[in-house]
Design a protein around this ligand. Structure first.
Ligand code: PMP
Length: 362
């Protein structure tokens, strides 16, 4: 029996994508072996690889100015790899601080140049409860790039309008909200995302990079860390995580099959409205710290009146078949991750549970 999975990442995967993997596991398309056992240079794997790239390109409407790359090392490696490629000693880059992941990205950039904080949403008493407004940004027109985190997985905040960076390349960590809705990719010089939340399993990072930006990358760093190496070799410079890419292909094909990102966005908005509705109905009990205009549709965080009640909430939900509700270890409270694999029905079940829980304990 499968549970309702609200994990923050690795997260639930759409059932049809898993069923397809199950059906193809032992004998991939009559080849007598699984896709994992094929050479990454063989025609069977190559077709899967190219299909994953073309599905992502089609779903997001990625323009010809940009290229899709598959990297490893998690989004955390991108924190280092972006400055490694685009910051020279003494050069600066602007960082927009909206949570722990932005802080980690900033820290890695310090090894290569002089990253600046061009805006921070950190409040001394409240922590991170919102994203930034354009008027708060102090952008340096000479920066090598502006770095932002589009969705803050731990704090449950999300940029609903992307910042204007002028002529400075905009780089976004979209690990926890890539593919939650259509976006205008041309606004970004680079997007990167660890796949394990909304796109597939862990072990693979999707990168969408503008070719002109990539061309400015340093060439005095090892080849394996240059974006251009991956671009020149269609992400087959060395052995990629073939099974992870195969599973992303299954998820992307599922998204296309259900009607693409317009349909996905409609479901995600419905899910978010259902859950925030349940929180706001009993706002003194389910206390949501995030400012309304910064609320995330991917990670919804709230507190209960006591930590003991939070524990009861998590354990009673588990008995009701719902897992993954405990907040991040640094933030506490409850976190509900509503990635694409979570259905409207799943959220209705949670909301019914929350209303019951309030009646019993409120
Ligand atoms: N960025 C964001 C927004 C994240 O949520 C996470 C992981 N939770 C990371 C980066 C780090 O990802 P990884 O563990 O794949 O390095």
């Amino acid at each position: 029996m499968r549970v309702i999975n609200f994990n923050a990442g690795p997260a639930g995967l759409p059932l049809p994508a898993l069923e397809r993997a199950r059906d193809e596991l032992l004998d991939f398309q009559g080849s007598g072996m699984s896709i994992m056992e094929h050479s990454h240079r063989g025609k069977e794997y190559e077709a899967v690889h190219n299909e994953a790239i073309s599905l992502l390109t089609e779903l997001l409407g990625i323009p010809a100015t940009h290229q899709v790359l598959f990297l490893q090392g998690g989004a955390s490696q991108q924190f280092a790899q972006v400055p490694m490629n685009f910051l020279t000693a003494g050069a600066s880059a602007d960082y927009l601080m909206t949570g722990v992941w932005s802080e980690k990205a900033l820290d890695e950039a310090k090894y290569y140049g002089k990253p600046r904080i061009a805006g921070t949403a950190l409040n001394a008493s409240k922590g991170y409860t919102r994203v930034l407004k354009q008027a708060e940004l102090q952008l340096d027109p000479a920066a090598a790039y502006v770095h932002m985190t589009s969705n803050n997985t731990i704090y449950g905040t999300q940029w609903h309008t992307f910042p204007e960076a002028g002529r400075v390349p905009l780089v976004a960590d979209m690990s926890s909200d890539l593919l939650w809705r259509p976006i205008d990719v041309s606004r970004f010089s680079m997007i990167y995302a660890g796949a394990q939340k909304n796109v597939g399993p862990s072990g693979i990072v999707l990168v969408i990079v503008a070719k002109d930006f990539m061309a400015k990358g340093r060439t005095d760093i090892p080849k394996i860390f240059r974006y251009s190496t991956y671009a020149e070799n269609n992400s087959l410079y060395n052995t990629p995580p073939t099974f992870a890419i195969y599973l992303c292909r299954n998820v992307l094909a599922w998204i296309k099959g259900v009607g693409g990102l317009k349909q996905i966005e409609q479901w995600n908005r419905e899910k978010g409205e259902l859950l925030y509705g349940a929180i706001d109905r009993n706002a003194a009990f389910y206390r949501a710290p995030v400012e309304k205009e910064s609320r995330s549709y991917m990670n919804v965080v709230f507190r209960l009146p006591t930590e003991a009640l939070e524990e009861t909430f998590v354990s009673e939900a588990k008995k009701a078949g719902m897992v993954g509700l405990k907040g991040h270890r640094t933030a506490g409270g409850i976190r509900v991750s509503l990635y694409n694999a979570v259905t409207v029905e799943n959220v209705k079940a949670l909301v019914a549970f929350m209303d019951q829980f309030f009646k019993k304990h409120g």
